[in-house]
Structures are given as structure tokens and as C-alpha cells.
Design a protein around this ligand. Sequence first.
Ligand code: BYC
Ligand code: FE
Ligand code: FE
Length: 473
Amino acid sequence: MSINYSERIPNNVNLAGDRTLQRALEHWQPRFLDWWQEMGPSDFAGHDVYLRTAVGVDVEGWASYGAVKMPDYRWGIFLADAIPDRRIGFGDMMGEPVWQQVPGEFRSQFRRLIVTQGDTEPASVEQQRLLGLTCPSLYDLRNLFQVNVEEGRHLWAMVYLLHAYFGRDGREEAEELLARHSGDEDKPRILGTFNEPIEDWLSFFCFTYFTDRDGKYQLKSLAESSFDPLARTCRFMLTEEAHHMFVGETGLSRVVRRTLELMKELGTDDPAAIRRAGGIDFPLLQRYLNFWFTSSLDLFGSEVSSNAATTFANGIKGRPDEALYEDHLCTESTLELAVPDDKGGVGTETVPMRNAMNEVARESYVKDCEMGLKRWNMIIKRAGHDLQLSLPSTRFGRNIGTWAGIPTDLQGNRMSAEDHAHKRPQWLPNEEDRAFVKSLMVRVTEPGKMAGWLAPPDRGINNMPVSYEYVRV
Ligand code: BYC
Ligand code: FE
Ligand code: FE
């Protein structure tokens, strides 16, 4: 069904055909707008931003581009087209028709997952609220706002499901999604990474590279769900998500390229010299990568999880790209996990596959993360340097799961807590790093100009030149 933009809430779910639901969502809409004004991007409400808006749900040509003031963005409800005769693809009910309603016995599990997914979307907007004030270029400012409005729409996607399929407690959860806030002492967001501050653009690029990519993998898992409206919502969200990770990957590439330029100009890779010239040295970049990668690993949950086993068995949440696996039941298979042994080393434990589904998803995610590193390392190598960026061990710096709170080095070797505390400033962003990065954050708003720590992008948005005025006063 095509998207209807003549309604107050644009949608392709025939909202006008269900007056009660439509009224409930129209009641939530002004609260969302209040939240956007209060917690969303600061200072730029009156600016024209060159944004893309969804106009269809086909993979090709689903977006139109044009100048929009963010508060006028048409947030709506868009589901990918239904797949005729779709069947459950994994778990105990494999092969049965998918569900158009939530089965009563799985209601609370679905609600928990949808609320958790929904919570991350506005959280990220809150985390990025002040970044516009220090944008490195108008091109980047526009990308930030594109990501922000789409995360706002992802919130709409989950709120639609809560309202349409969960009745009164769904409506209450939708209110709570606007009441919890990132980093709030009393009412924080649900998952760890979404309470971490994002106060500089290096963190923003790391977040969109690593944390939006967790979004990709979680959405892929939920796109396999037997609850068809959830699967269809997530399938469409994934098409939007690609741009968020593009912002992260190209942002970090541009940091690398700019640093290499400075190294060439200065004839040295000395971090102090690079900092004096206003660039981001590679050891510092590596520490930021370590932090955001590690934090995002936690978002997959514990390696051994009864929640994961239950949601897989019940067809609620599959593995990312379930079709790539041969065995969709996983009743007999097992996974070997690296676990801390009692001699201060690393041992192994064999766990039933269903309980290890979080780890299976995390492993796919790590492989995907490595692609960017390969690309950045290629750029570094081509410039004639031996230095390589890398991802730390998945055992390093964890706060969730088997390795939570266990001190290891970047390779995952265990070590004493004292030794770890001593080395930590070399491995994770330290006070000095943060202060330095902060000092680089100056606002650049002349069309086509870039801040000194960042190379320009290869091309603009939607075939527009890099020097296009992407955000206009
Ligand atoms: N921080 O059995 P466990 C995105 C909790 S990102 C805090 O280990 P389970 C986006 C867990 O909630 C994608 N708490 O794990 C990106 C549970 O608590 P309850 C977001 C954590 O349940 C950028 C307890 O520990 N989507 O879209 O198998 C910008 C035991 O859990 C954490 C989803 O996450 C943590 N890191 O799996 C914008 C998908 N990890 O319930 C957007 C929906 C675990 O016992 N969520 N806990 O009180 C899920 O699938 C699952 O809830 C999780 C955890 C994968 C998160
Ligand atoms: Fe999202
Ligand atoms: Fe995203």
C-alpha cells in the first residue's frame, strides 16, 4: 500500500480505517513533538535542512529530498510490503503461518523486546542533542539531522506496534518511552550504551559506526520474527539504517585521511605534533574505537541467555540473516564459548546453541565491524605507513555477560586489576584525550568548508555538490 501523506500521521497501514487507533496515535503525536522540542536537536528548529523523506517502501526510490524544517518533518508509520504466505522460519513452530496478532502467551516477551528497541531510538537523539553547535561542516550537520529525524521515526515505528497490538499497557509503554531520558539519574534509558554521553563528533562517528550497527543486527533478528507486523516494520527500518552506518564509516575514513595528510605535511607520526597541528592522532582514534566497540558488544546481552533461548524457541526473535543457516531448530547443536577459568586464564565451555543466540549474533556483528577497519587500514597502508587500527578482543572491557568486570588486555589476556587500572588510560579515552577532542570541536558553517581535523567527503548527498548549502538559516 502506498504512503498516504494527506493524513496527520503519514502511514501505509490504513490508519484511517481504525479510528480508535488513529485517535490514540494522534493523542501521542503532540507529546512526541514536545519531546522533540525539549530533548531533540537544539537551536536549529527554524533552519531549512536538506532531508530525505520516505515516500514509498520499495528498495528502489523510496525517498524524496528537499528542504524541511525539522519540526515539520513528516514522521510516519511505514511497513515493508507483506510477503504472501510467509511462514515461521525458525524455532519450535517452524513452517506454520506467521502471526498477524501477538499470541497471548508471548505477549510480555514481545512487549519487552519492542520497548527495548523503541527505547534506543529517542535515546540516541537525546545523546546527540548538542552536536549541531559544533558541526565540522554543513554537510555533516545535515547528516546528523537526517539520522536524528529517522531515529525519531523509528520510535514511531515501535510506538505504532505498542498502540496497535498491546492495548492499554502498550499505550502506557509509549508514554514511558518519552519519560525515560539518556543519562537521567532516576529514569535512564534501558541499555548501557544509550546512557553514554556523545559530546563530540568523533564519538558521533564511532557511535554511528558501531552502535547503529548493533541496530542493524538487532533489526535483522527482529525482521525474522513470526509476528509479521514487527518483521515488516524492521525490514523497512533497515533500509533507513544503511545511511546511519554510512555516516559513521565515511566519517571515520575522513578522520583517517585528514590525519594522514597532516602526517605527510609534518613529516612525522608523533601524536603530540599531530595534535599541535589540530589533527586526531591514531592512538587517540584507536582508544575511541576501543570504547564504542566494547560498549556496543554489551548490547547483544549475555553469551549464555535463557531469554535468547526462549525467544528463539518461540519464533519471537531469530538470528540475523536466518536464511543463511541450514539448521533452523538448533535443538541438538552447541557452541563453544571462551570463559574465564579459575586459574586466572581462559577456558572453554560448551553451551546449547539456543542459549548462545546472543553470541551468534554478536559474532556476525564483529565480522561486519571488521570491514571498516580493513578499509581504513588500506588507506593507511596506501599512504605508506605500517600502523594498523584494530578491534579489541570481545573479552576486553565488558560490562555484560561472561566477561563482565574481568580485567584483560586488548588481546583478551587476563591480568590483575591493579595492572589493568594502570594501563587503562592507554586503552580507553582518557581525560586528556577528551579535553583535546573537545578543543577541536569548532563550528564550521561556510558551505563546502571543513573543520581542520576532518577531510571533506568524496561526494555530496543525492548528487548535490559537497559545497551545497545543506542547512540554511
Ligand atoms: N545494558 O539475557 P540477557 C538501535 C539486560 S540498537 C543494560 O543477557 P537478552 C539503535 C537485559 O535487558 C538495537 N542492560 O539478554 C542504535 C535483561 O534485562 P531484563 C536495540 C542489558 O535479554 C543506534 C538482562 O540484562 N534493539 O536500534 O537475551 C541509534 C538479562 O539479559 C544490556 C534491541 O536491543 C545492556 N547492554 O538480550 C538508535 C533489540 N544487555 O529484561 C538505535 C531488542 C542486556 O531481565 N532487545 N541487558 O530486565 C533485545 O533483543 C534484548 O533485550 C537484548 C538483550 C539483546 C538487548
Ligand atoms: Fe534506529
Ligand atoms: Fe540508526
